[in-house]
Design a protein. Structure first.
Length: 320
């Protein structure tokens, strides 16, 4: 966290009204956010704007503190500009996150990504998500039902209509005014993605995050025989296909957050043109270092200038 706590020198932060936008009723200074999984316990919540992010998603947090899977559980695949991970939602639990958030304030919109504790039976998933939501509801600008990690046994089964609807209903019963999103796996079929979209709209969700990591090993240059989800460049096209598909299926005011394989401003531009209001990055930030976001935002502005684009809303979805 050393580089992070020192931050970038102020002149490196890119602030430009052409990068601003809104999604789900929230205002964002720029379209690049930190993806879930990096700040699982909200330890750096007050710092993320310093490296240029326009929003940050905390978690995944679960009702119960849990250690995650045994190590090794994270593998860098540099030849593929990828990471393979099976962290398994290691986190200190919703109560501990609430304690951190009582003490710290963020300068940018904050999302809180909720997952199911490993010890909770799948049949009781809704009450597990509801507990974390109730505990954290006053600290997040938006919330995410994460049913797309490949590293909690059975979790992805919660993407099916019945269980998903139960989770959304349990959260809405507590408070239906906080923007609620769902995060999906890139390994869903389009028919299954249709089902998620249908249930999301039925329950008044405000958006979706596409996508999490993939179980596919297709096209990897690295020979590796390890369980887990692959992120980074190998998931770029797949997550883009899901994003564009969702864009064609949802109303214009439904927010789409595009995540998967972003390494530079051109990648952000692509996701916005495929339908994203906002984007997020994890793997590209790990490889690119703390200058990655300002660098990408400058590239994004150059592309906008090249194409005569004056706001991101103008080009949202034009290539979907
Ligand atoms: C080490 C690691 C841990 C992750 N943990 C989570 C998590 O806890 N919750 C979640 O929703 N996504 C998690 N993700 C997925 C990312 O948020 C993101 O959806 C995915 O990595 C694709 O984006 P990227 O290609 O920019 O990394 C994790 C990814 C990595 C690499």
């Amino acid at each position: 966290m050393d580089l992070l706590s020192r931050g970038l020198i102020r002149s490196e932060i890119v602030e430009d009204p052409r990068l601003a936008g809104s999604a789900a009723g929230l205002q964002f200074a720029n379209p690049m956010g930190l993806a879930a999984g990096f700040d699982k316990n909200a330890v750096a919540v007050s710092q993320w704007h310093r490296v240029g992010f326009g929003h940050a998603e905390l978690g995944t947090v679960t009702r119960h503190a849990q250690p995650g899977n045994p190590r090794p559980r994270l593998f860098r695949l540099p030849a593929d500009r990828a990471i393979l991970n099976r962290m398994g939602f290691n986190n200190d639990g919703a109560d501990a996150m609430a304690t951190h958030l009582e003490e710290k304030r963020a300068a940018i919109p904050i999302g809180i990504n909720l997952g199911k504790s490993k010890i909770t039976e799948l049949a009781d998933a809704a009450s597990d998500y509801a507990y974390s939501f109730r505990r954290l509801q006053s600290f997040g600008d938006y919330f995410v039902v994460n049913v797309s990690s490949p590293n909690t046994p059975g979790l992805r089964g919660l993407q099916e209509k019945g269980p998903l609807g139960e989770i959304f209903a349990a959260i809405n019963e507590i408070d239906s005014t906080r923007p609620l999103f769902v995060k999906t796996a890139p390994d869903l079929t389009f028919a299954a993605l249709d089902d998620v979209i249908e249930v999301a709209l039925e329950h008044g969700l405000k958006g979706m995050i596409l996508t999490n990591t993939t179980l596919s090993r297709e096209g990897l240059a690295t020979k590796i025989d390890e369980a887990g989800g692959v992120s980074g460049r190998p998931v770029f096209e797949l997550s883009n296909q899901h994003l564009a598909y969702a864009f064609r299926s949802v109303p214009a005011d439904f927010a789409l957050i595009g995540v998967g394989g972003i390494f530079d401003g051109e990648d952000v531009y692509r996701k916005i043109r495929l339908g994203a209001n906002l984007t997020q990055v994890y793997t590209g930030w790990v490889y690119g270092g703390p200058g990655m976001v300002p660098r990408s935002l400058r590239q994004l502005l150059a592309l906008m200038e090249r194409d005569g684009v004056t706001s991101l809303a103008e080009i949202r979805g034009v290539d979907a």
